[in-house]
Design a protein around this ligand. Structure first.
Ligand code: ATP
Ligand code: MG
Length: 570
């Protein structure tokens, strides 16, 4: 591409609205332009990278035996009503009506559509296994669109759906997708780690996320410092701490006027946080659920949602609801005599002795409460793991880091096939629901994550495999005919080698051209200047020092770079 013909939209200023490096750089390099909150146009440069990432995904998906498909983005409401998600999806779904007042949505994901396709097209076990995927625009009216294309309202996703006749088939399909994802992210130059994830009400070890460590990530990931245990905080577990066994003491009601928070209680009782059990009330789809965790622990809302069952909303109970359940003001709830629909007790509480809880009476707490004698509930793991706790696999210490989810693989089982009556005939002539899996990659989010991991103060540093252009050829002085001739010749040679080359033939100062090339992250640069007299040009990799090389050698040097990176030129 000759840059004189190119739409270049680089910005010198850092746009005020962008908070994170990838967003700033995508705007500054002119890759994307904002249309509305969380909605972007992809400029030519951005689109080239997007296509490169898509092609890597496509090659690896095809390599894993999946078939490409393209479903419509607009989906009739009926399919979602069948699965029960028309209501459950809530405000995140973009909904619209056609002229006949029929309801549709813009697909936020496509489980229903692919289940529908399978039930119409697959009749027999002989047509299984099958894995269909698409690379398509998705729509989600996110509560907080931010960080550019990291969390946008319109974004591109690769979504795949596998159909099998039995669990072994699904396990195999899932493992194949896992391996394909490892290859995809490697080829994109992205350091992504596969971590165990929450599978909602389905439970089990049925779901994993590919996470990129990032300070701006919106997920917390628990990593073991000794073994490869890694799990999203939503799923991570650590063995419950146990107190040394003690005799149960007599319950003692203590007047605690205006002492409500754990900090206040610690001061009042002159003891530490671990001596208390907090009782927090939630409203889950209208049911009042109390959750108890140790005073120093945090409640994990995903774990409690899973324990309650399929719910669409979980909110802290308001003061009126607290009053009805406890008969007291907020701050004095406890398990003894509480009137709730469900009492969830963290497993650690059952290992504590003679602890302090609210007395369900304004201004009072109980001392010497014990699980089993004074109250009972549903015991489980309802808390967040914290830094330094024990790994559930090897007992080593865990650390917690922020991460961004770029991909997700999920064993769905028969969740959708049963709800939507999607069956096939098995070997014995019996009707059975498909055993399904679904596998997503955020394509646009992957692109932004690559920038997060590959940039410096001057701009993006694209890994060669996804770079919009591989080489920029820059004649220093556009008025110097000889420089222009050599630059053109090199450019044409590169094009004939099928290298994606840019020729910066703009009438600009060399400094401006260098800056643009660095900002856009072009991995290699050839500068054609005065040294052509001696048969030499300058060659520079984006992230190393400049070298002076012979004109006749430069194309070979570039070829070697492709080989080093394991990339075949077409
Ligand atoms: P998140 O927890 O980040 O909201 P999710 O669990 O809603 O993600 P999935 O439904 O599993 O995401 O979607 C598959 C992939 O699509 C995700 O792994 C992510 O990479 C990408 N993705 C999801 N939401 C967005 C978004 N709003 N903008 C860009 N990419 C997204
Ligand atoms: Mg989401």
């Amino acid at each position: 591409m000759k840059m004189s013909n190119m739409l270049i939209s680089t910005l010198r200023e850092v746009p005020a609205e962008a908070e994170i490096d990838s967003h700033k750089l995508m705007l500054r390099a002119g890759m994307i332009k904002k249309m509305a909150a969380g909605i972007y146009n992809y400029m030519p440069l951005g689109l080239k990278v997007l296509k490169n990432v898509e092609n890597i995904i496509r090659e690896e998906m095809n390599g894993a035996g999946a078939q490409e498909f393209l479903a419509s983005a607009m989906i009739p409401a009926e399919l979602w009503q069948e699965s029960g998600r028309w209501d459950a999806y809530g405000a995140e779904m973009f909904r619209l009506k056609d002229r006949g007042e029929r309801d549709f949505c813009l697909g936020p994901t496509h489980e229903e559509v692919f289940t529908d396709i399978a039930r119409n097209e697959i009749k027999s076990y002989k047509q299984l296994p099958l894995n269909l995927y698409q690379i398509q625009t998705k729509y989600r009216d996110e509560r907080r669109p931010r960080f550019g294309v990291m969390r946008s309202r319109e974004f591109i996703m690769k979504d795949a759906y596998s159909f099998d006749k039995d669990q072994e088939g699904l396990d195999l399909a899932y493992d194949k997708m896992h391996d394909a994802y490892v290859k995809i992210f490697n080829r994109c130059g992205l350091d992504a780690k596969c971590v165990a994830a929450d599978s909602g009400a389905i439970g089990g070890s049925n779901s994993a996320e590919f996470m990129v460590k990032s300070e701006v990530g919106e997920d917390d990931v628990v990593f073991c410092s000794k073994c490869d245990y890694a799990a999203n905080i939503e799923k991570a577990h650590s063995p419950a701490e146990k107190e040394e066994k003690q005799e149960f003491k007599e319950v003692n009601k203590v007047e605690t006027p205006n002492v409500k928070t754990i900090d206040e209680l610690v001061k009042f009782f002159n003891t530490n946080e671990k001596r208390f059990a907090k009782t927090i009330l939630f409203n889950a789809d209208g049911k009042i659920v109390a959750v108890m965790v140790r005073g120093d622990r945090e409640i994990n809302e995903v774990k409690i949602s899973n324990a309650i069952g399929e719910i669409t909303s979980l909110e802290l109970a308001n003061s009126e609801e607290v009053r009805i359940a406890t008969g007291a003001d907020v701050g004095f709830a406890g398990p003894k005599g509480i009137k709730v629909d469900m009492l969830l007790v963290d497993e650690e509480i059952a290992n504590m002795y003679n602890f302090i809880v609210g007395a369900n009476e304004t201004g009072y707490h109980f001392e010497n409460i014990n699980y089993g004698r004074d109250f009972e509930g549903i015991i489980g793991d309802y808390r967040n793991v914290t830094e330094g706790e024990k790994c559930p696999v090897c007992g080593g210490k865990v650390t917690i880091a922020r991460g961004t989810e770029v991909g997700h693989i999920f064993k769905l089982g028969t969740k959708y096939s049963e709800a939507m009556n999607a069956n096939f005939i098995d070997e014995g002539g019996k009707e059975k629901p498909f055993i399904m899996g679904c596998y997503g990659i955020g394509v646009t989010r992957t692109m932004a994550s690559i920038i997060e991991q590959h940039h410096d103060d001057n701009g993006i540093i694209w890994p060669l495999a996804v770079a919009p252009y591989h080489v920029s050829v820059i004649p220093v002085n556009i008025k110097d005919e000889e420089q222009v001739r050599v630059a053109n010749e090199l450019y044409n040679n590169l094009i004939s080698m099928e290298v994606e080359a840019l020729l910066d033939d703009r009438n600009e100062r060399a400094g401006v051209k260098f800056k643009d090339s660095e900002l856009m992250g072009i991995p290699m640069r050839i500068t054609v200047g005065k040294k052509i007299g001696e048969g030499e040009v300058e060659f520079k990799l984006r992230d190393s020092d400049m070298e002076v090389v012979k004109i006749d050698e430069v194309c070979n040097i570039i070829k070697n770079e492709f080989e080093k990176n394991n990339i075949k030129l077409k």
